[in-house]
Design a protein around this ligand. Structure first.
Ligand SMILES: Cc1ncc(C[n+]2csc(CCOP(=O)(O)OP(=O)(O)O)c2C)c(N)n1
Length: 635
């Protein structure tokens, strides 16, 4: 076992007696330290089986214990930003017995969830919401004269988002009692980026300091009253200048009382600081805590990015357990294709919002460092930044998970589509994503993209079509969204040369007389499998791959709908306003009032679980499609 500090012989005993934070508050400091070890062991051994956000959770074990020890939770509110670091919080708040079900279907969520526990104050998953949530709670409490405390815990990565600054700015103005804990490990998923990040870590280089000192010296010289003594002191003052420009300045300017930086793995320091703030502080306060991502498990400390979110792994080596499906992922095909295209077209630039690894842009960033931008967790900015690049003749590709794109809808509409700029948004992780659950499922994009003028929406059926669409998007003169799912492709061969797809043209994959199957994207192969099974039952199903949600191939769809007389649409998306809605609207406009079934997700959030289970539950796998067609035939 590569756990840094060896477990004690009391292993398991203390944690087993913690059923709520009340039990924790009875422990002595040495006992709390042992408890921290037990918590770490439990997290590591569990996540090795279930997968999950290991490194973020290991980084806040002591901080979480200290928070529940000092504050009167759940009356005092802890608001975890992103919520991916809340495993210790879950273990200490009555969920120890269910911990082994973490991220499993019908098991415990990987994120805070209000229906799971009264200690979970908000639903989280998307970053940088904690300060706004907490400020709202603090304002609500103030109006009702409730003296409970509100504590937002936010990472330095999440602090890069505009929304975090909006919250800080408002908090400084309102002056309500609010505690913000900045969990600074210098990491987002990858190394944190941005000017704020270097400011926080106070890595002012010797050069910067010397420049600053020269500048101040010049100014002082201009004042005749300044004596030579002051200048001599100043010349020796590299360290004091460094000390003067502390991270606190920024927060103090926003009217926060700044405390720190304090070491985030020393329980005594943490408890003393938090008690002091609890008892003596008024107005907004920011406590800057320095932590180590992955603390206590050597592979995670050494490679925090790889262990940010990880599948099941071998504890002894840290190596991922083998995945049975060896087909290459959509993300990998995307990343490789973008590099190929960038070699041919110097206008191509790529943008990520703090997810170079997850979006497959790592090779691109290494090969084309000047054409690669990591903007931090700033999806809105990324879209408008891309628009700016396009205005100067570049061909920007912003690569982002579907669910995180939700917050940049206005930028897409107003800053990209209205001026009709050639920006491509690559939406990875569209459709259900599995164990991360409702905060991360990308099941709304077809609905929120359909209504935007000027936008082309491409949805590949497999990884080969993905690369051809990527190539095609580069030749468009307006905005494009390319939507593809999480996980492995269909295992098809990739064409060695690129070809342009005809805009708005679908393809007939199978002819048939009894029913038209209209699957989109990753539902095409299950629909083909369903059609083959239906044939065995004497039902002749046609299958069309529309390729484009927008423009929709109206002619092809109406021709085949009229020919077969029945239609079933299938999408890995909400049925409200999605692809099926578009087809229904089209048929209605053409006066084709045919028996139709729209398959996809209904009007509720979808829980976490394996993708295959969620597809099956929604009836959008091959079995479900066969069932729906048989029903339609019977009707
Ligand atoms: C809006 C949004 N964009 C991207 C993500 C993906 N994401 C999850 S955690 C994370 C990094 C967060 O870094 P930090 O806040 O420093 O926490 P740490 O993991 O380092 O503890 C990112 C980019 C997200 N959850 N929400």
């Amino acid at each position: 076992m590569l756990i840094v500090d060896p477990p004690t012989n009391q292993q398991g005993k203390l944690l087993e007696a913690i059923n709520s934070p009340r039990d924790l508050r009875r422990l002595s400091l040495p006992e709390l330290e042992i408890l921290a070890q037990e918590v770490r062991e439990t997290i590591i051994t569990t996540v090795a089986e279930t997968g999950g956000h290991l490194a973020p959770s290991l980084g806040v074990v002591e901080l979480t214990i200290a928070l529940h020890y000092v504050f009167d939770t759940p009356r005092d509110r802890l608001v975890w930003d992103v919520g991916h670091q809340a495993y210790t919080h879950k273990l200490l708040t009555g969920r120890r017995d269910r911990f082994a079900t973490l991220r499993q279907y019908k098991g415990m969520s990987g994120f805070p969830k209000r229906t799971e526990s009264e200690y979970d104050t908000v639903e989280s998953g998307h970053s940088s919401t904690s300060i706004s949530y907490s400020l709202g709670m603090a304002a609500g409490k103030a109006i009702q004269a409730d003296r409970g405390k509100v504590i937002a815990i936010i990472g330095d990565g999440s602090m890069t988002a505009g929304m975090a600054f909006e919250g800080l700015n408002h908090a400084g103005d309102l002056g309500k009692d609010l505690i913000v804990i900045l969990n600074d490990n210098e990491m987002s998923i990858s190394k944190n980026v941005g000017a704020l990040s270097s400011f926080l870590s106070r890595k002012l280089t010797g050069k910067t300091i010397r420049r600053l000192r020269d500048h101040i010296e010049e100014r002082l010289m201009a004042l005749s009253s300044v004596g030579e003594n002051i200048l001599t002191v100043l010349r020796k003052s590299e360290e004091s200048i460094k000390g003067f420009f502390t991270p606190g300045m920024l927060f103090e300017a926003l009217k926060f009382n700044y405390i720190g930086p304090i070491p985030g793995h020393e329980l005594d320091d943490l408890i003393a600081t938090l008690e002091n703030v609890r008892d003596n502080s008024h107005g907004p306060v920011l406590i800057h805590v320095i932590t180590t991502k992955g603390k206590g498990y050597k592979p995670a400390e050494t490679h925090p990015g790889d262990f940010h979110g990880i599948g099941p792994f071998d504890i002894a080596t840290g190596a991922p357990k083998k995945n049975a499906n060896s087909a290459v992922s959509y993300t990998k095909v995307f990343g490789d294709t973008l590099c190929r295209l960038a070699r041919q077209d110097a206008r191509l630039v790529a943008i990520t919002a703090a997810m170079p690894g997850g979006t497959g842009l790592q090779s691109f960033s290494a090969e084309f460092p000047e054409r690669f931008f990591d903007v931090g967790i700033a999806e809105q900015h990324a879209v408008t930044f891309a628009a700016g690049l396009a205005l100067e003749g570049m061909r920007p590709f912003f690569v982002v998970y579907s669910s995180f794109m939700q917050r940049a809808l206005d930028q897409l509409i107003h800053d990209v589509c209205l001026p009709n700029l050639p920006v491509t948004i690559a939406l990875d992780r569209s459709g259900v994503v599995g164990a991360d659950g409702p905060t991360h499922h990308g099941v709304f994009d077809l609905s929120f993209l359909r209504f935007i003028p000027n936008l082309t929406v491409m949805v590949p059926k497999d990884e080969n079509e993905l690369q051809q669409m990527l190539h095609t998007s580069l030749n468009q003169n307006g905005p494009v969204v390319l939507r593809y799912p999480r996980g492995s492709g269909e295992g098809v061969a990739l064409d060695s040369s690129f070809q342009n797809l005809d805009l708005g043209k679908g393809e007939v994959l199978r002819e048939g007389n009894d029913v038209l199957l209209l699957p989109i994207g990753n539902r095409v192969y299950p629909a083909m499998a369903a059609a083959a099974r239906l044939e065995e039952q004497g039902i002749s199903a046609a299958v069309i791959n529309p390729r484009f949600l927008k423009p929709l191939d109206s002619e092809l769809i109406t021709t085949w709908a009229a020919r077969t007389g029945r239609v079933v649409t299938i999408e890995d998306n909400s049925i409200l306003g999605g692809f099926g809605s578009a087809v229904l609207q089209l048929l209605n406009q053409q006066g084709l009032l045919l028996p139709t079934k729209i398959l996809g997700y209904g009007d509720s959030f979808i829980e976490h679980g394996p993708q295959a289970t969620l597809w099956s539950n929604a009836g959008i796998d091959a079995d479900g499609i066969v069932r729906s067609v048989l029903e339609l035939m019977r009707e």
